[in-house]
Design a protein around this ligand. Structure first.
Ligand SMILES: C[S@@+](CC[C@H](N)C(=O)[O-])C[C@H]1O[C@@H](n2cnc3c(N)ncnc32)[C@H](O)[C@@H]1O
Length: 265
């Protein structure tokens, strides 16, 4: 069975087993289609990661660059690439789901800089950003990561969500399965306050706007919001205008033609 016919079969099976998930997946397909008709951002493409790290360090009054050179950061990166290269042919999702290296580096740096108690991310896939965040929390000696993911359709896909996360880091990890628009309204009041938020789930206008709006109310002053693939629509730039963060930047990704954005509340 080809990849697409397997996905179709798994999708149709949801009509019998989980109507809510069926509805969420079909509405995703419609949103993705409609997004093609939307205006693209008017903002220019991003700056280099090192440039933004320097200016953020200036704002915070600290040199942040040493975090990127830490041994724990190097080790986790090496382990991730080794594990990815050993992924079996049966792995159910395409590798394009994986976060870009510069996004992963910034997630590590944000968690080392703020030493957060509560980190929230949407979009896990094999767990690249989750792994670097958990590594940073482990170096800090405090904090938990709460991850929300509706896995891509694929054979035994659920078993592969967060596959890269080593057992030693899992005690600080909580995974919530489902579309972020369903999970966040219940999860956010339980968390109370969020120190770092990473959006890396569904990159449509409505999904990004919805996540930013919901999470911003719970992000503490000085907390960081990080959003991947902000070049796809105007959700990030509109939110910058509306929320008036104390600092924001767009960063050009290293390995793909995309940008991620950051805002400090
Ligand atoms: C770009 S990948 C995440 C990559 C990951 N952060 C990493 O570091 O490699 C996006 C993930 O979000 C999931 N997803 C898609 N739509 C979603 C939604 N509405 N809510 C939650 N997760 C979603 C996808 O199935 C996929 O697992």
């Amino acid at each position: 069975m080809t990849g697409n016919s397997l996905k179709l079969r798994l999708l149709l099976k949801l009509i019998l087993t989980n109507r809510t998930e069926f509805y969420d997946r079909v509405s995703t397909l419609i949103e993705v289609y409609l997004d093609r008709l939307r205006a693209k951002p008017s903002m220019s493409s991003g700056a280099r990661l090192t440039t933004v790290v320097d200016s953020l360090g200036g704002v915070l009054g600290r040199d942040l660059a040493p975090f990127l050179a830490e041994q724990a950061a190097m080790e986790v990166e090496k382990r991730i690439w080794k594990n990815l290269s050993e992924l079996s042919n049966e792995a159910p999702f395409e590798l394009y789901h994986n976060a870009d290296r510069s996004l992963a580096q910034f997630c590590y740096l944000a968690c080392r800089t703020l030493s957060p108690k509560v980190v929230l991310e949407t979009g896990v896939a094999y767990g690249l950003t989750s792994t670097v965040i958990l590594q940073a929390l482990s170096v800090n000696g405090q904090g938990c990561l709460h991850s929300v993911d509706l896995p891509p359709l694929g054979r035994n896909a659920d078993n592969y969500v967060g596959l890269l996360i080593p057992q030693t880091l899992r005690s600080q990890w909580h995974l919530y399965r489902g579309a972020s628009k369903r999970v966040l309204p219940t999860l956010l009041p339980q968390l109370g306050t969020v120190d770092v938020f990473i959006h890396d789930a569904l990159h449509t206008y409505w999904s990004m706007k919805g996540e930013f709006t919901q999470v911003w109310q719970y992000l503490r002053p000085g907390g960081i919001l990080i959003a991947d693939d902000i070049e796809q629509n105007r959700a990030f730039e509109e939110f910058v205008q509306k929320a008036k963060p104390s600092f924001y930047a767009m960063i050009q990704e290293e390995d793909k033609n995309a940008s991620f954005g950051i805002m400090i509340k």
